[in-house]
Ligand binder design. Structure first.
Ligand code: PXG
Length: 442
């Protein structure tokens, strides 16, 4: 039967939207039809200030000319090249550029198409690395409660967001979790890194004692947990995790999908905190969110462990049709150039204190029980409505959108992460609108 290719205009039923309240959305759709720099344009012609860089990804702002032109040019010149056993120049150039901006020692880059794929890739490399060195019993993976590592099976197994796991079966075996680092009783309304909680890293020693270090391949954590509602690492916590991993020969993976590309005012959180992991997973800001792309960065020691055996043999049986896709690579190169030329990471670092003051001025508004910040990230935690968790924050989200401000919510936490090109008047506009929204909440 011929398919009807003329759908009814405004038919919203076919598209099953990701991480969306589909029925609510389709009753009252919120559509963006354009974007420029710090603002979206809605289908009813309103300007909406982007308080979240899309989904934490458009770090350079929207429709930036250099990135747009690079994509257009690449699409006309070399649209696709096979990712396996063939190459094209831009993937190599981008890998070198990433290596050069990453912390010293992150010498090799494996391309993926998303944060979720970067996580799966890093977990697989960790297990295969130990096996390549004759430690094939090291297969266990350690994540953390409230961690978010994307939505694929490895990622939700090491992840710790209950709603993302509980209906999807038994997940990976051989996974354990560190406790999360959220201690509101001691740390509420802290500016930047909280004082209390470094000891929570010591739980890794308990896990090692339980399973045996010789069975553990890797620990994966977000250096600053984003999706769960902006949980900062307590002072000394990441350093301690690093120490314990090194002591027991366990790889430490930083999931920098959100924290990478200037969000904290440095290229990566590893730089910001001065703690060096063995691998880093990235995506989002790598291409300014414009074309899907992710990358795993690994040390020379990890990479070199695979470079054995006859040279005609494939060393790592892993990869994607679109690993290092030419158009994504062109977008990535133009994005990194835009960050550099415009000093966007420096702008984030310079504005962070102003951002912090503006954010913490919300203390005392109705229902606000905690405020957290770092770099150009901010979170406002609201007390939930009794018996209706998430509703208060979701109402804030809808009302902010009506007022011309895009925020994100998770549970009853509001999260903000604007493009790094934001300026002081736009920070004032953002928090002015948010203040009005919070004052009007029931
Ligand atoms: N790791 C981390 C740390 C992430 O934050 C992923 C992996 C997965 O990336 P992909 O590209 O597969 O979506 C993420 C994604 C939010 C929000 O508002 C966060 C993400 C995605 C969408 C929304 O908290 N993080």
């Amino acid at each position: 039967m011929a398919l009807d290719r003329n759908p009814v205009p405004n038919d919203l039923s076919a598209f099953w939207m990701p991480f969306t309240a589909n029925r609510q959305f389709k009753k009252a759709p919120r559509m963006f039809v354009g974007a420029k720099d710090m603002y979206y344009t809605t289908s009813d012609g309103r300007q909406v200030l982007d308080g979240t860089a899309g989904l934490w990804c458009c770090n350079a702002g929207h429709c930036r000319p250099k990135i747009t032109e690079a994509i257009q040019k690449q699409a006309a010149e070399l649209d696709y090249a096979p990712a396996f056993q063939m190459g094209h120049p831009k993937a190599f150039e981008l890998a070198s550029a990433l290596r050069d901006m990453a912390p010293e020692g992150m010498d090799h880059v494996f391309f993926t198409n998303s944060g979720s794929e970067s996580v799966e890739t890093a977990l697989k490399i960790a297990i295969a690395y130990h096996r390549a060195r004759g430690e094939g019993a090291r297969t266990r993976l350690i994540g953390r409660e409230r961690g978010y590592h994307g939505v694929n099976f490895g990622g939700i197994s090491v992840g710790g967001i209950v709603t993302n796991r509980k209906v999807f079966g038994s997940l990976l075996t051989g996974v354990d979790h560190l406790p999360h680092t959220h201690l509101p009783e001691q740390n509420a309304f802290t500016r930047g890194q909280p004082e209390h909680g470094a000891h929570l890293a010591d739980d890794l020693e308990r896990i090692v004692a339980l399973h045996g270090a010789e069975t553990i391949a890797a620990v994966i954590v977000e250096p600053m947990a984003g999706s769960t509602g902006v949980l900062l690492p307590p002072k000394g916590y990441l350093e301690r995790l690093r120490e314990i991993c090194t002591k027991h020969g366990i790889l430490l993976i930083f999931d920098e999908v959100i924290t990478g590309f200037g969000r904290l005012g440095s290229a990566f959180a590893a730089d910001h905190f001065g703690v060096m992991p063995d691998m880093m997973t990235t995506a989002k800001g790598l291409t300014n969110g414009v074309i899907p792309m992710g990358a795993v960065l690994a040390t020379g020691a990890i990479h070199d462990a695979f470079m054995n055996g006859p040279e005609h043999l494939i060393e790592l049986f892993h990869g994607y049709t679109y690993s290092g896709n030419p158009i994504a690579s062109a977008a990535g190169l133009a994005t990194l150039e835009t960050y550099r030329e415009e000093g966007l990471f420096e702008n984030a670092a310079a504005l962070a204190p102003y951002w912090e003051d503006a954010l913490h001025s919300l203390k005392g508004l109705p229902h606000v029980i905690d405020i957290r910040n770092m770099g150009l990230i901010g979170a406002v935690e609201l007390s939930p409505i009794a018996g209706e968790p998430t509703k208060r924050a979701f109402t804030a989200f809808l009302n902010a959108y009506e007022k011309g401000l895009l925020i994100r919510t998770t549970g009853d936490i509001i999260a903000m992460s604007p493009p790094l090109m934001i300026d002081k008047p736009q920070i004032d506009e953002l928090f002015g609108k948010l203040t009005d929204v919070l004052k009007a909440l029931d």
